[in-house]
Design a protein around this ligand. Sequence first.
Ligand code: G1P
Ligand code: ZN
Length: 543
Amino acid sequence: MSVHTVVTQPFPDQKPGTSGLRKKVPVFQQPHYLENFVQSIFDSIAAPQGATLVVGGDGRYYNREAIQIILKMAAANGFGAVLVGRGGILSTPAASCVIRKYKTLGGIILSASHNPGGAKEDFGIKFNSGNGGPATETVTDAIFSKSKSITTYRILDAADVSLDELGETTLGNMKVKVIDPVDDYAELMESLFDFDAIRSLLKSGFRIKFDAMHAVNGPYAKEIIEKRLGATNGSVMNGVPLEDFGGGHPDPNLTYAHDLVEIMYGDDAPDFGAASDGDGDRNMILGKHFFVTPSDSLALLAANAALVPGYRQGLAGIARSMPTSAAADRVAKALNIPCYETPTGWKFFGNLMDAGKVTLCGEESFGTGSDHVREKDGLWAVLFWLNILAARKQSVESIVREHWAKFGRNFYSRYDYEGLPTEAANGVMQLLRDSFAGLTGKTFGKYTIQTCDDFSYTDTVDGSVSKNQGVRILFSDGSRIIYRLSGTGTEGATLRVYLEAYEADAAQHHLDAQEALQELIGIALNISELVKRTGRERPTVIT
Ligand code: G1P
Ligand code: ZN
């Protein structure tokens, strides 16, 4: 076995976004493409000789091949050991857990999250630091900069390592430890939640359905929900991870998790339904014929945290992304703890957690988490819900309705306009920014605009300032309209309009969200000239 120094030349398109480098599989399969990026990571993090790295992915197409390359490169770059999930599998939250638990230097996670997988679909790679969270912008900028000037990379000339049996092997001077991908994570979950109470709930005939969407959480859910918690066999559906996720779009929402939605709205619906995404960090929560918005879910977890052993000692604070509804703010106020409003994206939460300022956090885009790891965590949210259900012995719907009765209801919806011409989308945003002065104080029916701004955020931990994070139209009754351009869309521009109407009156809480938001939607379209400027009569997706 010898180390090869391979001569290469840069690819100009290796700029990692907030979720790492994401490209189609054939792009990654080009000679030297993955290798260049991995070497750029190693050159940027300057790991001390003998350091330990964690490697794993969501099992999508090209996962295994990529891991073999990474292992051989890690060995050639002086790493002492790599912990790799059996079969190359680690969900994103489990990778974060393993990085933290074994105090490793960091980890490489292979995933394109909720994007489809397969030979012609998406693949992704990102580096997480020793705190278990995605690398900071300073690190990702350094990686990009290295990738632009790379001339050689180092790789061990060796046979592939078997990833299918647990145990230790060596690759050159480096140890490869194949670990059970579920064990450490399951142990962490057992330390946070009342498994006995959940077990009795399930024994009492409470029925659940968890849709793993043929993605990474299948083995995690089977081990934890069926084996350790005793849910009946078949409670986990689509539980075998497939390289192409069964041809589906592994995103847990009402559109893509339609198999589950059909069951939960069917005649013989179980009591609780949930789904998670490709890499296991997103979650959707359903009751019998009932959908819990992610914003409400965050508020509810916070309000009921005292029922959960891992959070019984109290929450340091809550954080939500700016477009997420203010339902959590009301709970924070009642608990007398701070609530932070951050720009969209998980990295802002990580800083607050490292500083001990928040315990729970969430985004409207089906992401919820806590300081137990530094990623959002789909199965964790599901177990948190099950713990609450076991303690309260009520249905999902009645728990949510009681929550609204106590705190008021934040009706919420997101309209996505995908694939817009960039100029049209920018035009809408610019028009709004130019209209702030004229809009302030203006009344539309029962709504009066109190303030308008373009959200900017100063990170109290590292002092960084993030500007232009979305236009906020704030009404005097607490209702809001937010306009934001997506940072993850791949074709053209995606404009997201987030609508939120606060309703204190319990007599109105039965309304359908679209019904309750109708007037606000009219205002949103009117003041942005959205239809005229984009030519779109209706959004691509309504959540
Ligand atoms: C979307 C979500 C955001 C999430 C991100 C990564 O980003 O809206 O909450 O953090 O995916 O999962 P966007 O396309 O809106 O920039
Ligand atoms: Zn994900």
